[in-house]
Design a protein around this ligand. Structure first.
Ligand code: TZP
Ligand code: MG
Length: 213
């Protein structure tokens, strides 16, 4: 698998409600064809059994690709479905507990909103950080005050770990995220809520190419 830093470039976080049409599996299939580089299965209301079943279906879609699949919150489902890893927040089980359950070869991501939590993240246990929310978002209501690009850059500078920015991000934010030093951007609404997930993913690539020329 390619370096994790590269995999974080365009990180899709699924939302079962927003993906209701055409469904999570089909949304992921189209979004990966459009350039998504990593996928997180996130469903706050599903059971472990439901997450496991959905993850197994997603694994089939991603089979043969270089796109890792991780599961949010539910390390048990990540182990049962034998996906690439898990993503946890500050209110979930500890990174040490998650790592013990996952084993050494799997990816472990950790959400951080403050300098203290970024500095506390142990690079021997955690593989990457999710930093944000950068902007206000309706997708996660229990988030801290948005940190903006300046706050994002401050958090990025505090850790040697690869990082992905999250919260209210769209293709128009590609250069802002890049300037912050984060390795990539994680999005929900910019792809899941869109009528054409393939085109929505392509828009990020186009924005990146535009910047480079
Ligand atoms: N964590 C911080 S903000 C957020 C999560 C899961 C939601 C991001 O959703 P959107 O729709 O890309 O703003
Ligand atoms: Mg969580």
């Amino acid at each position: 698998m390619a370096a994790l830093k590269d995999r974080l470039c365009l990180y899709l976080v699924t939302d079962t409600q927003l993906c209701a049409k055409p469904g999570v599996v089909e949304t992921v299939r189209r979004a990966v064809a459009g350039g998504v580089t990593m996928v997180q299965l996130r469903d706050k209301t599903a059971t472990t059994a439901q997450r496991t079943e959905l993850a197994i279906a997603l694994k089939q879609v991603l089979d043969g690709s270089d796109v890792p699949l991780v599961i949010n919150d539910d390390v048990t489902a990540a182990v049962a479905a034998d996906v690439d890893g898990a993503h946890i927040g500050q209110g979930d089980l500890s990174p040490e507990q998650a790592r013990a359950l996952l084993g050494p070869g799997k990816i472990l991501g950790l959400s951080c909103e403050t300098p203290q939590t970024v500095q506390a993240a142990d690079p021997l246990i955690v593989d990457y950080l999710g930093l944000g929310p950068v902007f206000e978002t309706p997708t996660k209501t229990d988030h801290a005050q948005p940190i903006g690009f300046d706050g994002l850059a401050r958090l990025v500078a505090l850790s040697s770990l690869p990082s992905v920015a999250i919260g209210g991000l769209y293709s128009t934010h590609v250069s802002g995220v890049r300037l912050s030093g984060a390795d990539g951007m994680a999005v929900v609404s910019a792809i899941c809520g869109q009528p054409d997930p393939y085109a929505a993913a392509r828009a990020f690539d186009a924005a990146r190419t535009e910047r480079a020329t």
